[in-house]
Design a protein around this ligand. Structure first.
Ligand code: ATP
Ligand SMILES: Nc1ccn([C@H]2C[C@H](O)[C@@H](COP(=O)(O)O)O2)c(=O)n1
Length: 219
């Protein structure tokens, strides 16, 4: 029997990471924030003065990245990167390199290594379509662009960042458009993923909906 995977994909600030992390905690599963891998790769590229369009250099960098995850913290070369990868600029840089097919391929094994007993809950853009196509539960999580921008605004303010609602809404729409338009593993609602529109839903209600899907999924 294969190790169960709950794959949650969807656009920016739809709540994928929040929901996947809580689901993982409730089930005692491992958790993978695949976006953090793209974010920290872009961060490392900028630190190493690598052009974000230079695919061969990025592939080489991805192969030698020393990454460690501990809860919500990501360590690069043994040092915590903290909120430096959580800004909208870092999200844009991650989305920029994420269009490159050979880079995506170079990051696949790193993501699949998170599939360990007793199970994995993960979030991203291609978790159910490319990285774990045999996932037991596939969810496409979304919410209206305004609601997502509002959630991101509050999240940034809580973290002590400056935030402008109109700018966030524009950034988020641009990032989603780029993620959906690329030819390699685009953001999409795949036919075998259950759509959950979380507009107006509480976090707990969304968590429960995903847990219900898991309990109904064939073993
Ligand atoms: N159903 C919900 N209702 C209200 N707020 C929510 C809900 N789900 C998530 N949030 C809040 O929205 C914010 C964004 O959520 P989160 O970071 O999980 O989104 P994401 O989809 O993983 O974003 P990204 O892909 O850009 O990293 C968080 O502050 C989270 O607490
Ligand atoms: N599976 C994934 C995860 C992330 N990306 C890219 C595209 C996103 O805009 C960017 C940041 O992700 P986030 O942290 O906001 O989830 O990384 C991807 O292409 N595939």
């Amino acid at each position: 029997m294969s190790i169960p995977v709950i794959a949650i994909d969807g656009p920016s600030a739809s709540g994928k990471g929040t929901i996947a992390a809580i689901v993982a905690q409730r089930l005692g599963f491992h958790y993978l924030d695949s976006g953090a891998i793209y974010r920290v790769t872009a961060y490392a590229a900028l630190q190493n003065k690598i052009d974000l369009a230079d695919e061969p250099a990025l592939v080489e960098l991805a192969g030698r990245l020393d990454l460690r995850f501990d809860g919500a913290e990501v360590y690069l070369d043994g040092r915590p990167v903290g909120d430096a990868i959580r800004t909208e600029e870092a999200g844009r840089a991650a989305s920029t390199i994420a269009v490159l097919p050979r880079l995506r391929e170079a990051l696949l094994a790193r993501q699949r290594a998170f599939r360990q007993a007793p199970g994995l809950a993960t979030d991203g853009r291609d978790m159910g379509t490319v990285v774990f196509p045999d996932a037991q539960v596939k969810v496409f999580l979304t919410a209206s662009a305004e609601e997502r921008a509002n959630r991101r605004y509050k999240q940034l303010i809580e973290k002590g960042f400056c935030a402008n609602f109109a700018q966030i809404l524009q950034d988020l729409q641009e990032r989603d458009a780029r993620d959906a338009a690329r030819s390699a593993a685009p953001l999409q609602h795949a036919p075998d993923a259950v759509l959950i529109d979380t507009t107006g839903m509480t976090i707990e209600a969304v968590v429960q909906a995903v847990l219900d899907l898991y309990s109904q999924a064939p073993a």
